[in-house]
Design a protein around this ligand. Structure first.
Ligand code: FES
Length: 115
């Protein structure tokens, strides 16, 4: 288990996705509130678009910019239409004023979206 700091909380806007790469894995990090951040695989399971280019909603979902698949940012599950496979969710925490992600610690059993 290896936490990696990806950004200071002060540098992030709530609901503004940030794309980072950790150990070769593209990750989409989103600050949902002062005390909650989430991290999902930054690859849409439909046709591999970067989700960090998408839009976060008030329901804490992210809408893919390509064809509007929508994913729950806490579970990685597809919600709405078109329904597509679940995306991986990674362990994410806020500590010492920074957002940390552990890509080795997956919070669901979703397969990596084909790249
Ligand atoms: S690539 Fe994301 S919805 Fe098509």
């Amino acid at each position: 288990m290896t936490w990696e700091a990806v950004a200071d909380v002060d540098q992030l806007e709530e609901g503004e996705p940030l794309r980072v790469e950790l150990g070769g894995v593209p990750v989409c990090v989103v600050l949902l509130s002062d005390d909650e951040a989430v991290a999902v695989h930054d690859t849409c399971s439909h046709q591999q678009q970067s989700l960090a280019e998408g839009m976060v909603t008030e329901e804490d979902t992210i809408i893919c910019p390509a064809h509007s698949s929508t994913f729950d940012l806490r579970t990685g599950e597809s919600v709405g239409v078109p329904e597509v496979p679940t995306i991986p969710v990674f362990a994410c925490r806020i500590a010492d004023g920074a957002v940390h992600v552990d890509v080795a610690d997956r919070r669901n059993d979703a397969a990596d979206p084909a790249g």
